[in-house]
Write a protein that binds this ligand. Structure first.
Ligand SMILES: *Cc1c(COP(=O)(O)O)cnc(C)c1O
Length: 390
């Protein structure tokens, strides 16, 4: 019997495919050493080893680049991988980093624990208050990391003020645009130096792919971020990239629909006697309403927070009675999800501290999905009735 080739020549390309094929290959063959040199030196397109990059990551990165008005952005294995690539890829022992005091939980934890352990000092401040941020700047301050709409109280950072301050002081402004998405704000066009995402959330949109994205305006910074991410293996899976690219195709439609429903739900909840407070950026009773109008271009996004009176018995009753709505600590899914900071993202804080931050026990955050608005408000009404009955 003749020996057979274990690896017969694979198809060179799926010519004419309308949808991007999935390419899980970890390694790519080159014709000869010169061809490999050309790829490594950027003179020829191609891939070598998938930790360094692969076709599905590249396809997704180019799609998000177009939305963020970025070039050469990098897709990472999670949103936290993107945060890590920026903080650890660009900062050195002795540097100082300023972060928003209401950042995503794990970003806060990196600011509070990991950076100081590595000799990088951190200060957390309210990024809605530019004077407070200015006061925190030191000669060794390397960057400011902020989110535009805070979690879960939906307060707005003063993005324009921060961009001006960063420019005046030579400090890098890094914006986590996960909540707001490029549909509402394009940070690089408003003076930010770096934009990043948890693609896991709205951009991918189906809670089945975990990914991040990061793009710097300066190509040298982007190269440092890329090198750090590649060396430390913050690489995304081709299959997740493929799913996210598919999700991204409907992002604008999903965003519009979820936002329209979020507005309806916010107004509906505000009219219910069993609700003591509603937070939605475009509502006139939102504390940062004017800034939201100016910054988000009339968009309110898909997140609504609200407060019901009472304690754990009432919040348990509400969550159990919200039939068909996943009680799950995430956001941006096609289905509406409900989360409760006191038992999830903010559980490490004392009840007193949470109350000070505007998050009493009865505080819920809703990520509005694509359900029929009337069906959705009906579910919330039934949950409110159950919470009041308990
Ligand atoms: C979820 C999230 C992250 C982290 O993203 P993962 O994909 O879960 O690692 C970072 N920032 C914000 C604002 C998030 O919501």
């Amino acid at each position: 019997m003749k020996p057979t080739l274990i690896r017969p020549a694979p198809p060179r390309a799926a010519q004419g495919a309308v949808a991007t094929p999935i390419m899980p290959s970890v390694v790519y063959a080159a014709d000869d050493p010169d061809a490999l040199d050309a790829i490594y030196e950027g003179r020829a397109q191609g891939h070598t080893y998938s930790r360094e990059g692969h076709p599905n990551a590249a396809a997704l990165a180019r799609a998000i680049d177009a939305m963020e008005h970025a070039t050469g952005g990098l897709v990472t294995g999670s949103g936290m991988a993107a945060v890590t690539a920026v903080l650890l890829g660009l900062c050195t022992s002795g540097d100082h980093v300023i972060g928003g005091d209401a950042l995503y939980g794990r970003s806060l934890r990196m600011m509070a624990d990991d950076l100081p352990r590595l000799g990088i000092a951190t200060t957390l401040v309210d990024t809605g208050d530019v004077d407070a941020v200015r006061a925190a700047i030191r000669p060794e301050t390397r960057m400011i990391l902020c989110e535009i709409v805070s979690n879960p109280t939906l307060r707005l950072a003063d993005l324009d003020g921060l961009a001006e301050l960063a420019q005046q002081t030579g400090v890098l402004l890094v914006v986590d645009n996960t909540f707001t998405t490029p549909r509402a704000v394009q940070p690089l066009r408003r003076g930010a130096d770096i934009v990043l995402h948890s693609v896991t959330k709205l951009l991918s949109g189906h809670s089945d792919a975990m990914l991040g994205y990061v793009a710097a305006r300066n190509p040298e910074l982007q190269r440092q971020i890329y090198d750090f991410a590649t060396t430390t293996g913050l690489t995304p899976s081709p299959f997740d990239c493929w799913l996210a690219e598919r999700g991204l195709a409907t992002f604008h439609l999903r965003f519009e629909r979820a936002q329209d429903t979020a507005r309806i739900l916010a107004d509906h909840l505000a009219a219910q006697p069993g609700v003591t407070r509603v937070l939605y950026p475009t509502r006139p009773d939102h504390p940062d309403h004017n800034r939201a109008q100016a910054l988000l271009d009339g968009q309110g996004c898909n997140m609504v927070s609200f407060v019901i009176p009472g304690g754990r018995a009432q919040t348990n009753a509400f969550a159990r009675a919200a039939d068909g709505i996943a009680f799950a600590p995430t956001l941006g899914d096609v289905g509406t999800t409900l989360s409760h900071p006191a038992s999830s993202s903010h559980r490490s804080l004392s009840a007193e501290r949470r109350a000070e931050l505007g998050m009493p026990e009865g505080f819920f955050r809703v990520s509005v999905g694509l359900e029929d608005p009337e069906a959705l408000t009906g579910i919330f009404d039934r949950a409110l009735t159950a919470a009041t009955a308990d």
